[in-house]
Design a protein around this ligand. Structure first.
Ligand code: GPU
Length: 797
């Protein structure tokens, strides 16, 4: 890539505006500026991109394909400029022609083809793979509508479609019609014996979908490597137009790539979802196998050149689909196909929640993917046969793929792959000891841990320029390319001028967030208050409600004694609830009404503010995370597989208030007990309740007057306009025995919150802990995480 100069850039930028929009620079809209810059970036990396592609083909590099039904990149402009090392140059050049780069940044729409942590992790990996120079590509769906846009109306969540994709397409993608493939669904299939004894599948009445790939550039940091994320769109194949004669038929086809399903971690078995899964898996694998075939190497050795990763179970049909392609399209025999398939495939589990373990009704499966259904049946049969007599039949019954007319996708992914990993140490332990323990008996060698990580450049250099500049001053710029250099801060923890510099940065970030809150909600936030943040999907196990209970307690304390000394607090929430998740929506309503109650009560003297920020997404996280003093990671121990926002907050100098769950444990190990605030039951205490069936929330409620007072606030009219929701919540906590143990953990939580309030008063001590957290955050880099995958699981570096 040639060295770019400011003058050159300005010239091409203006010329491109003329070519594409027939406008002069000073009359162009922000959107036109943004698209023009995006286009120039793509042109700028084109030679690297092509070189990368040729090099992988020429050197026959083993390549990993990360199959995921979700990717959640957010905006890409800043990351791309930063990774190319031209951020400052472009910003200055634009400023020279009176264009503010921040306006362009705003003009980009968030690409939200994911729900939350799982999709965001996939995108962190897309950033890290080229950064470590690994040949690793994404494979997913190009949804026309991303995760719904959340509006709050009268305190309630309203969902609006997220039409993120402009009609001209995304600036970061390249449509590749010549790489399109056909995907067949429905119909029936029978096996016709051939002369050589082989069975040839004969299809009847199938419907053919045309899968067209769009490749999105993924630029490595400062290394000239460009990989891509391949997203599939569906088109009506002209050749098969008779398959779709009515408009309704055609719309159903278009729907396949229209919507991301917004139900996070649990889902209902809809045909459309199954079609989506097969569509991306089949299209992806067909092209992968076809490009392997061009190497003229034996098909039965495809595992030597190809690794396919199954991100959660949604792409688990990759196992039978690869079998199908190898056998039906390339004539490989079952045993050879099976042996290589198992070596190609690997799987990540992201949750222990049983409602999230994906299962499909065999009837539906057979109807939509009849050949895959056959192959799955055969895999299942052979699995049972292989283990019969070797292990307890109960184990076989519970680990096989087909059970009670349901296809268990996790079982398929585990049996058909060579690696199963959890996403944090505790999570992997729980898989081994509990959730997947019977698989561990069969395949102990498959299990391994890969603790999640974050794309640290986005969560430091991009999201927090103030902190970044300070770090440059204190420890030099080396940390920007080697995040582990943050540990140099260890020597500066107690230096008071360093402490006050970090404090200044934090206050400036808080002011920026406060300005946003003023603009969007017209609420004034005092920035000398503790900014206490919980942002994540709304889910019972994540316990936003525990946070709410504590706010209610503070409110009650202040009402009882208006003179009460209390460190002022601003509680900030951001959370989307799955549209069908009633309880979660009630919690949102409660938070909003509680906010109305406390924010306008002048008797509280600004000691307590509650803010619910609507439409939490990646871009909003980039504003919120750097402004947090306290990071709430308060899930019931054992339930949060890892968490990743916990890592982002830590890197931005928030103290973590946490249960011993997911990666919180590893954060504690990194910073030491004194630099994190831990409360509540650990996983063993939670499991002891499960074993003994001895949890009784009503007994706690009856015996603890403070808890009783807090819980009753849901139904005694304390929080206006929440009659219905308040009763629902009260019932969940008391009548239905508080599934996530909020009551048991409440007292310790409130005490640790009081400790935090006191600690914040001691600025030196607080800041030392802040710096300690930043200093040790480097270990949560997704560059390191992906290196683990690349070496241990995929064998590509
Ligand atoms: N996660 Br399963 C999701 O975001 N969505 C899901 O459907 C499932 C899991 C999350 C986990 O809840 C979170 O703990 C983890 O950090 C993240 O995946 C990435 O592994």
């Amino acid at each position: 890539m040639e060295q770019l100069t400011k003058e050159q850039f300005i010239k091409t930028f203006k010329a491109q505006l003329h070519t594409d929009y027939l406008v002069d620079n000073n009359e162009a809209t922000a959107e036109e500026h943004f698209r023009t810059l995006g286009k120039l970036i793509k042109q700028y990396v084109m030679s690297d991109w092509l070189r990368r592609r040729d090099e992988i083909v020429k050197e026959q590099k083993k390549t990993a394909y990360y199959f995921s039904i979700e990717f959640l990149p957010g905006k890409m402009l800043q990351t791309n400029l930063l990774n190319l090392g031209i951020y400052d140059l472009v910003a200055e050049a634009l400023a020279d022609i009176n264009v503010d780069i921040n306006v362009l940044v705003e003009a980009e729409r968030d690409m939200a083809l994911g729900n939350g942590g799982l999709g965001r992790l996939a995108s962190c990996f897309m950033d890290s793979l080229p950064t470590i120079g690994a040949p690793g590509f994404g494979n997913g769906i190009r949804y026309k509508y991303g995760l719904f846009k959340q509006r709050i109306v009268n305190g309630y969540q309203v969902e609006l479609p997220d039409a993120w994709l402009p009609s001209e397409g995304s600036v970061w993608e390249t449509k590749k019609p010549h790489s399109a493939v056909d995907v067949k669904i429905y119909g029936s299939v029978y096996l016709a014996p051939q002369e050589d004894g082989a069975l040839k599948p004969i299809y009847e009445n199938v419907k053919t979908l045309h899968a067209v790939p769009y490749d999105v550039i993924q630029i490595g940091f400062n290394n000239g490597v460009v990989n891509n994320l391949r997203l599939w769109d569906v088109e009506l194949p002209e050749k098969y137009e008779l398959d779709y004669q009515t408009l309704a038929d055609r719309r159903r086809v278009e729907d396949i790539t229209s919507f991301l399903y917004p139900d996070d971690s649990s889902r209902d078995g809809q045909a459309m979802r199954l079609i989506q899964e097969y569509f991306m898996v089949s299209a992806g694998l067909q092209t992968i196998v076809a490009s392997y075939a061009k190497m003229h190497l034996p098909m039965a050795k495809i595992h030597e050149k190809v690794a396919v990763h199954i991100n959660d179970t949604h792409p688990a049909m990759a196992v039978p689909e690869l079998m199908r392609i190898l056998m039906d399209d390339y004539g490989v025999k079952w045993d050879d196909a099976w042996a290589t398939t198992c070596k190609v495939m690997s799987y990540t589990n992201h949750t222990v929640l049983s409602e999230a373990l994906e299962k499909w009704d065999t009837g539906l499966f057979k109807e939509i993917v009849p050949r895959i259904h056959q192959i799955v049946g055969e895999i299942d049969r052979k699995f049972v046969k292989e283990w019969a007599g070797k292990v307890d039949t109960g184990i076989i019954d519970r680990t096989r793929i087909v059970q009670n007319n349901q296809i268990h996708m996790a079982n398929l992914a585990i049996i058909g792959g060579h690696s199963v990993n959890g996403v944090a140490k505790l999570h992997t332990e729980l898989l081994i000891e509990d959730v997947l323990k019977e698989f561990y008996v069969l395949f102990p060698e498959k299990f391994n841990n890969k603790t999640n990580g974050i794309a640290q450049r986005r969560w430091s250099q991009i999201a927090n320029p103030g902190m970044s500049a300070l770090l440059d001053d204190l420890i030099g710029k080396g940390w920007r390319s080697n995040i582990h250099e943050l540990s140099k801060l260890e020597a500066l923890l107690t230096e008071s001028d360093v402490q006050s510099s970090f404090y200044q940065v934090k206050q400036a970030n808080k002011q920026k967030l406060a300005d946003y809150v003023k603009k969007t909600l017209d609420i004034d936030l005092p920035i000398d208050a503790i900014f206490d943040v919980q942002v994540k999907r709304l889910h019972a196990y994540k316990r936003q409600l525990l946070n709410v209970m504590h706010i209610i307690k503070l409110y009650q304390d202040l009402k009882a004694d208006p003179g009460l000394e209390m460190t002022p607090r601003v509680f900030i929430f951001g959370a989307k609830a799955a549209p069908g998740y009633h309880f979660a929506k009630s919690v949102i309503k409660i938070i909003n009404e509680l906010a109305n109650l406390v924010n306008y009560d002048t008797s509280l003297n600004d000691k307590l503010k509650v803010v619910f920020l609507e439409n939490y997404n990646v871009s909003l996280a980039e504003l919120i995370v750097p402004a947090a003093d306290v990071s709430e990671q308060i899930s019931t121990a054992g339930k949060e597989a890892s968490g990743t926002s916990n890592m982002k907050f830590m890197m931005n100098g928030a103290l973590t208030l946490a249960t011993l769950d997911g990666a919180n444990i590893e954060i504690k190990d990194a910073v030491g007990e004194d630099n994190i605030v831990i409360f509540g039951m650990d996983k063993d205490a939670v499991y002891a309740h499960y074993d003994k069936h001895d949890y009784n929330s009503r007994a706690i409620y009856d015996s603890d007057p403070i808890i009783k007072r807090v819980v009753d606030a849901f139904i005694d009219g304390t929080i206006p306009n929440t009659h219905y929701e308040g009763h629902e919540i009260w019932d969940a906590l008391i009548s239905y025995n508080d599934e996530y143990f909020l009551l048991e953990d409440f007292t310790d939580y409130a005490e640790k919150q009081a400790y935090i309030s006191a600690l914040y008063q001691d600025k030196n001590s607080w800041q030392a802990k802040v710096i300690k957290n930043i200093a040790n955050s480097g270990r949560f880099s997704s560059d390191d995480t992906i290196e683990g995958y690349a070496k241990d699981i995929w064998g590509i570096i």
